[in-house]
Write a protein that binds this ligand. Sequence first.
Ligand code: PMP
Ligand code: GLU
Length: 396
Amino acid sequence: MLSERAKRIKPSPTLSIDAKAKAMKAEGVDIVSFGVGEPDFDTPENIKEAAIKAIKEGFTKYTPVGGIDPLKDAIIEKFKKDNNLNYKREEIIVSCGAKHSLYNIAQALFNPGDEVLIPSPYWVSYPDQVMLNDAIPVFVKTYGSDSFMVRPEVVESHITKKTKALILNSPSNPTGLIYDKKTLEKIAEVVLRYGVFVISDEIYEKLTYDGLKHVSIASLDNEIKAKTIVVNGLSKSFAMTGWRIGFAAGQREIIKAMTNIQSQSTSNPTSIAQKAAIEALTGPQDFITMMLAEFDRRRRLLISELNSIPGMSCLTPTGAFYAFPNTSKLYGKSIGDRTILSSSDLSLYLLEEAKVALVHGEAFGDDDYIRLSYATSINEVKKGVDRIREAVNRLS
Ligand code: PMP
Ligand code: GLU
């Protein structure tokens, strides 16, 4: 009955684990959730007020498909200020979340059989979005010893005549690491040589630590800018996951195709959420500073605690809100008749026995790791990590 396309994909594992953890909580189980990547802060009041005002003023009808001009202008200003990138309105599209922008890019760019390079570990939706559009994900493995940055020469060795695009994600979900400018320059050189597009997912750009700053590959020069589609959104920076506002910037022709696709599928992103987005981008920005300081506290605590658990080792993430410890030394250990052989076994064991929800690394393409989102209160971080330690210590 179902299309081959539908049969090819699976539900988002991060959203599935979140649903499972929430269902257990609703049943009264005391779960600590390191599962989903969603800020635990409330959306700032000024942003909510802007949406309420929009409702009261009757701004509740269809808008232009790719977003209203004042929002596009606010996004243009953001790119100028934060990334030193200049775009025109025709080069911007607003979608129902960054995930939707990414999906529209896949629809607009990929032909059947096109190959798309995805550095692994990767964010869960990239391969499935590629496959939903009849293209082929080609994984390029990265290693903790390289801070999980893809090596330019390894990118080059994976390029064929069919390679259409490379998906970059910095700061990265799930590794929490950031690409440095030098590596980006070398990657740009490679992709330009072969005419490969870059899809640059920069949704965590505001969440960086230790004085490091995000660099957009598109900002390196005009040549790479023309080959890059930058994706960003408000979900993470302004705790607006439910509002569904994301955006993309790139060549006019690509953005026009994405807008046509949007006009035949979802129409405009929600009118009132667009008004809220203008306030988020143009209003006070102190919320981000406050949220970041809190994430930083949790990051420091979580990483040092994880590294003190025998069998786990974790690089210090410099962006986003994820810890990605290597847990492969625990594989082969047992408790009773249960043996932990993989990241799935470990996360299921921790869910059932320690009542801690987290995501198996296999979902991100690397079974040697697990992912913990520290977008949860510092007390929950403490409680959760104590439970993990106790459960891991019981393995032998
Ligand atoms: N890209 C990455 C790397 C993400 O982690 C997420 C998380 N949801 C998204 C894109 C999509 O975000 P949203 O659709 O909520 O804007
Ligand atoms: N990106 C978040 C995560 O990785 C949200 C879940 C999703 O959109 O799949 O947990």
